[in-house]
Design a protein around this ligand. Structure first.
Ligand code: ZN
Length: 63
């Protein structure tokens, strides 16, 4: 799944999400819930620790 970068024009937050290509334009801001705009230049960037998963307490929830 590709990593896309988004920018929320409502609150100004910038975040990255792993989403299927078919849903890449349906992302919503994790802060305010508004529709976020996809940044074209951010495709495929996965710097260490910048991936937004919604929780920062990595307790190994993914199995
Ligand atoms: Zn927002």
């Amino acid at each position: 799944m590709p990593l896309y970068e988004y920018h929320c024009s409502s609150c100004g937050r910038r975040f990255s999400l792993l989403v299927p290509a078919s849903k890449r334009d349906e992302a919503r801001c994790p802060d305010c819930g508004q529709e976020a705009k996809r940044l074209l230049s951010g495709f495929g960037i996965a710097k260490g620790g910048t991936l937004t998963t919604g929780s920062s307490c990595g307790s190994g929830a993914f199995t």
